[in-house]
Design a protein. Structure first.
Length: 95
């Protein structure tokens, strides 16, 4: 069973390497209550910025397959979180 990350505040949260078990393709499942937050699934661009994996914000109740290579792992970016924001993220290596 994949580890569940419970996120409630603004920030960039790395989907940690040990979750992927050396995978280069992963499934990211997002659930919970977004509240006023905007959530993005992003990859670091190598120069301090971010590249959206999904075009625009993602929603609770969504699933995303991410091709990232073994040395580059996705992040969840949260902005405008409020008291209602409780986001659960599960990640599982697919390949």
């Amino acid at each position: 069973m994949a580890k569940v990350l419970r996120l409630t505040s603004n920030g960039n949260y790395k989907l940690k390497a040990h979750i992927f078990k050396r995978a280069s393709i992963s499934l990211v499942i997002v659930s919970g209550d977004v509240g006023a937050a905007t959530i993005k699934l992003v990859l670091p661009d190598g120069v301090g910025g971010w590249i959206d994996v999904v075009n625009g914000a993602i929603t609770a109740g969504s699933q995303h397959v991410v091709t990232h290579g073994q040395s580059l792992h996705p992040y969840i970016n949260i902005v405008s979180a409020d008291a209602a924001t409780v986001i659960n993220v599960q990640v599982s290596g697919v390949q």
